[in-house]
Design a protein around this ligand. Structure first.
Ligand SMILES: *Cc1c(COP(=O)(O)O)cnc(C)c1O
Length: 397
């Protein structure tokens, strides 16, 4: 629900445009950027009241800021949560959650197919403070159940996860986590709340890299944590502003602008992606296309159970392996040779020669990244132009 001129509205696009902002004393249509780092108190009693209870007034922008509050309320509403905490980056949001919820001797169960820095932080950094971990193939939730221990505190999954486009059953994962007295957190970056709202399927917490679809214009990095339950919000809130990976007001303001077109962008990108995936699937140089909108994806039905669409992220395998991948990357003209996803600009990248170049071919194979695999995030350009660019690039392979 979002309030506008005293009336309440329920539509997703309406809420993404107006959510969190009910106007101000100047009648601004667009919320102002409150760039102040600190706030003056009316008198000492007011200062004391603010420190006792943050809802009594603003103190300092790391603790709360009017522009950032609007963004948090908007995204909390879109995900169907009770509150949210905005962070400087997506990985800042992930680490804030671990910092707040995990103690030495606690155990976390995580999907093995997950954003690589999320995994590396647990494996290389949180383990230094005594956090224990298990990485499991969560496409079969029986593997989550088998990994649970008496000291497990958190189950963390990302669905769909890339570049494998692997889907985890959110409701089944939530049931397992709760039966063991644990929380389920879901990284919902890839589909965004337009297509999937994990809290509706029993997840307790959602995290996002705002950098991707939520902002959508490849001009901001940011993250957010959304909570289903006020008690978890309270528990993480304190750790959040003490760890300090909080957002900046100007960053928040840009994302508030990006959110206004979220539904339009995500639906257009998905429409294009469905056409492009079918075109790629019949191309003689393409071995396989991994896309949840194709009948050939083995987890298409599971995704359809918990999401209203397949999104715009896909990967495909070239028949010519490593050399074919490199040749295609050097030949694209419209598609940008860049990492990231979910923005209006179409981005293409070849893990074997770029992001995963440090691994041996054997290690890549084990991680499910064949040498001919190309990762592809479709943007909002004209569909025919994207296809024409792929076509000309594939002639050079
Ligand atoms: C990009 C990404 C992150 C990290 O976000 P940053 O904003 O780059 O810090 C986390 N999870 C997923 C799924 C991502 O794609």
């Amino acid at each position: 629900m979002s309030k506008h001129n005293g009336h309440e509205f329920e539509g997703f696009a309406t809420r993404s445009i107006h959510g969190g902002f009910e106007g101000d004393e100047w009648g601004s249509v667009i919320p102002p950027i409150v760039q102040s780092s600190t706030y003056s108190f009316r008198d000492v009693d007011h200062g004391a009241a603010c420190f006792k209870d943050h809802s009594q007034g603003y103190i300092y922008t790391r603790l709360a800021n009017p522009t950032i509050d609007i963004l948090e309320a908007n995204i909390a509403g879109l995900e169907g949560g009770c509150a949210a905490l905005a962070c400087s980056t997506g990985i800042g949001a992930v680490n804030t959650l671990f910092f707040a919820l995990l103690n030495a001797g606690d155990h976390i169960v995580m999907s093995e197919s997950i954003y690589a820095p999320t995994r590396i932080n647990i494996e290389k950094h949180w383990s230094r403070f005594g956090v224990e971990f298990s990485f499991v193939d969560s496409t079969d939730t029986a593997n989550i159940e088998a990994a649970m221990r008496p000291n497990t505190r958190l189950v963390f999954t990302e669905t769909p996860a890339n570049p494998a486009i692997a889907v985890t059953d959110i409701a089944a994962a939530a049931e397992i986590a709760h039966a063991h007295g644990c929380l389920l957190a879901v990284d919902n970056t890839v589909l965004s709340p337009v297509l999937q709202r994990p809290l509706e399927h029993g997840a307790d917490i959602v995290v996002h890299s705002i950098t991707k679809a939520l902002n959508g214009h490849s001009d901001v990095v940011g993250g957010i944590i959304v909570f289903a339950h006020a008690e978890h919000y309270k528990a993480v809130h304190h750790a959040w502003y003490h760890l300090g990976a909080t957002m900046d007001p100007h960053q928040a303001w840009l994302v508030i602008r990006g959110l206004k077109t979220l539904e339009l962008r995500v639906k257009q990108m998905q429409k294009s992606a469905k056409k492009i995936a079918k075109w790629l699937e019949q191309h003689p140089q393409v071995e396989r296309v991994h896309y949840l909108g194709l009948k050939s994806h083995p987890q298409r039905a599971l995704n359809a159970k918990q999401a209203s669409g397949p999104g715009s992220l896909m990967s495909f395998e070239l028949k010519g392996g490593l050399e074919a991948g490199k040749a295609m990357m050097n030949a694209v003209r419209l598609c940008s040779l860049a990492v990231s996803l979910g923005g209006v600009d179409t981005l293409i990248q070849h893990p074997a020669s770029m992001t995963h170049v440090g691994m041996t071919p054997e290690e890549r194979k084990e991680a499910g990244i064949p040498d001919g695999l190309v990762r592809f995030s479709i943007g909002c350009e004209t569909t025919a132009d994207i296809i024409a660019d792929l076509e000309q690039a594939l002639t050079r392979v």
